[in-house]
Design a protein around this ligand. Structure first.
Ligand code: GLA
Length: 683
């Protein structure tokens, strides 16, 4: 019998077969197998040699290397001046670590050591994988691709859901059928991107779902490839530009981590596992998340038009309706009257704020709200003192024109002088003002990232800057923003506390975006605001109750000039805020399920199998005379439930009825959210 390595969590199992002198072979990654269930024998014994095939059979391993009988995509593409381009481990050391295993694969011909680390966390059911590559040779090793993870997918893997988009339209669902053709998504924009989220969910014919996401805020690639045995391999990793990684002798390249999970309960099971894993990676001020405070963000209410007296009035109006955090967005710093200038000059505009920001900040904190400030440290405008002093600090390629986006260029963060300047600039603000929150933006893609490509270096330097600021000011929370949702990933989640999901606050548009967000990240990180009507990004108008209902499950905020609201709208907003405060404890703990009923009804449930908060959303008007029922598969069929739909009188219903036949939903107009409460009877 060959040696096997197995990892188990409550819902998942991973098994590798470890033949002597080679990389371990993937035997299983799927729903939990009973203890002690192992493959009946060696994999090669099940695979007679096909005609016209190599006598040496190379099945999918934990790190398939190219050139030596593996004809699929290689987990490593590297060479030394054109030589040493194949990879085949000659020995494998297996080291047990907490909840996991480390495979150390040595190739003495290519003179590299690859270490694959796999941890299966029993609390989240997430398998975290990472790879490192050490150059053991005496020449430079050029690396074009190092898979962070190489995962097996079963023969019945049928469909893959990934997400694309653009500014103002994040989380566009892309559903692809898996065929024998290679499926591949790549991002080369230098940050996570609006266009291509670094993860996906694969569903099998039997309903099992496999999910993976790369915890990385830069370029990335993932591919799913059909294999000769009918399985597929799924590789995820960092996309490297030519020449970007050239390892000196003895140097090691560390991949980002991949979070991967499997659920017999489909995509929601995957989402729930991801939420548990991401929650465990978060670092909150004080060690634990406090209830997510209601935000007021000044951007769409004021844009660059900062008038200190008006902003004080806004703060008064915000505090009066229950807002808890006031975030002063773009437009507060020297000369920043529009988006053509001043990025880089992180000192207050004394024309707008003659006494500095202190009086406004203290006015805000005096009202009992936290004060937050917008910054975009990685960026610079040509029209700035910083650019005039240090034009050489931008990412550039000699001889090539500087391409601008939103009139801005990108600072070379890997230049230590730039890192130092930015730390000091941000630290000075945090030192001098009562700031407890930063909204940290990044409003353009990277193009010419240096004469030698420095995309990777830029991400690592940005992470280092976040880490340094977090270490020096541990009480400050940070929001990750990049023109809305251009930098949403599990890598930056560990360094920040909120994402700005999209610059599009139109509540109808937000419905699908937010469902996409929740596939990978938990609701408490999802910035969701009530904007003006009509929405600035789409021109569509929506009722206050609908705007509040759509914003409800995330980290709730307001992004409009509260002063301008009529009495009814203001009361509606205050009621929405009060409801969010009453429910946030339930919305931001436990699990999330997302479902659809016929006729365009969408639902989302938050909580656990017992007590559920159910949000039923209708974005478009009904086409049916009578409403479809909503099946709630997560309810316990053996229990009786106490149900309250909206404000209607409560009733009791059997779990089995609600799971199989469904909840009767009253007629809803288009653009409505109905909140329902479902509790086990007698609790
Ligand atoms: C980006 C952000 C917005 C706002 C502006 C300010 O677009 O996504 O929320 O902060 O920048 O310029």
């Amino acid at each position: 019998m060959p040696e096997f390595v197995e990892l188990h969590s409550p819902a998942c199992t991973a098994i590798w077969e470890c033949p002597d002198g080679e990389a371990p072979l993937w035997r299983y990654w799927g729903p939990r197998l009973p203890d002690g269930v192992l493959p009946p024998g060696a994999l090669r014994d099940e695979r007679p040699e096909p005609s016209f095939s190599l006598h040496f059979d190379q099945p999918l391993s934990v790190f398939p290397g190219g050139g030596m009988g593996w004809f699929g995509q290689s987990a490593l593409l590297a060479h030394r001046g054109g030589a040493d381009w194949t990879f085949q481990a000659g020995d494998c050391a297996i080291e047990r670590i907490d909840d996991g295993v480390r495979f150390v694969l040595r190739d003495i011909v290519a003179r590299v050591t690859v270490t694959v680390t796999a941890r299966l966390d029993p609390a989240s059911d997430v398998l975290t994988l990472a790879t490192s590559l050490r150059n053991d040779g005496d020449g430079v090793l050029d690396v074009q691709w190092l898979a962070a993870a190489c995962l097996p997918l079963p023969e019945d893997a049928a469909r893959v859901r990934s997400y694309g988009g653009r500014h103002n339209s994040e989380f566009v669902v892309i559903d692809d059928k898996l065929t024998r053709s290679l499926w591949r998504r790549e991002n080369r924009r230098g940050l996570t991107s609006h266009d291509c989220l670094p993860g996906a969910v694969v569903t099998c014919d039997d309903g099992t779902a496999h999910g993976a996401q790369l915890a990385w805020s830069g370029n990335h690639a993932q591919g799913i490839e059909w294999l000769d045995d009918g399985r597929r391999q799924w590789q995820l990793g960092e996309w490297l530009a030519p020449g970007e990684v050239r390892l000196a002798p003895g140097e090691t390249l560390h991949s980002p981590e991949v979070l991967a999970t499997v659920s017999a309960e489909g995509a929601d099971g995957v989402a729930q596992a991801f939420h548990r894993a991401v929650r465990a990676r978060m670092t909150w001020p004080g060690g634990a998340m406090k209830p997510r405070p209601v935000h007021l963000n000044t951007w769409e209410g004021f844009y660059f038009d900062h008038d200190e007296a008006a902003l004080r009035e806004l703060a008064d109006a915000a505090a009066a309706i229950g807002i808890e955090r006031f975030v002063l967005d773009d437009g507060w710093f020297k000369g920043r009257d529009d988006d053509t200038s001043s990025l880089g000059d992180w000192t207050v505009d004394t024309a707008k704020y003659p006494q500095g920001l202190g009086p406004l900040a203290r006015h805000v904190t005096g009202l009992g709200m936290e004060f937050g400030l917008w910054v975009e440290p990685e960026m610079i405008n040509r029209d700035s003192d910083l650019y005039r002093a240090h034009p050489d600090w931008v990412l550039a390629i000699d001889g090539r024109p500087l391409l601008e986006a939103r009139n801005q260029l990108v600072l070379d963060l890997s230049n230590p002088a730039v890192g130092e300047y930015l730390f000091e600039a941000v630290a000075a603000l945090l030192r001098e003002l009562p700031i407890s929150y930063l909204k940290w933006d990044h409003n353009r893609d990277l193009t010419h990232a240096g004469n030698r490509p420095r995309h990777r270096a830029q991400v690592l330097a940005a992470y280092a800057l976040f880490d340094r600021i977090r270490a020096a000011y541990p009480d400050v929370e940070i929001e990750a923003c990049a023109g809305g949702g251009g930098r949403i990933d599990a890598g930056i989640a560990a360094r920040t506390h909120r994402f700005w999901t999209s610059d599009c606050i139109d509540a109808v548009s937000r419905v699908t975006m937010q469902r996409g967000f929740l596939q990978f990240l938990p609701p408490e990180l999802m910035g969701s605001h009530v904007g003006a009507s009509p929405a600035h990004s789409t021109g569509r108008g929506q009722a206050m109750a609908f705007r509040c209902g759509v914003a409800l499950p995330g980290h709730f905020g307001v992004e409009l000039d509260v002063r301008k609201l009529g009495a009814d709208e203001r009361a509606g907003l205050a009621a929405g805020i009060a409801r969010y405060k009453a429910l946030r404890g339930r919305l931001h703990a436990g699990r999330v399920w997302r479902g659809e009923a016929p006729d365009g009804l969408l639902w989302q449930a938050h909580g656990d199998g017992d007590g559920l908060l159910l949000l039923v959303t209708r974005a478009v008007p009904t086409t049916q005379r009578h409403q479809p029922h909503l099946r709630l598969p997560m309810l316990d069929p053996g229990r009786l439930y106490h149900v309250r739909i909206g404000d209607a009188a409560p009733f009791e219903a059997e779990g089995s009825w609600l799971a199989r036949i469904g909840l009767p939903v009253p007629p809803l107009p288009g653009e409505a959210v109905l909140a329902c409460d479902i509790q086990p009877a007698g609790t």
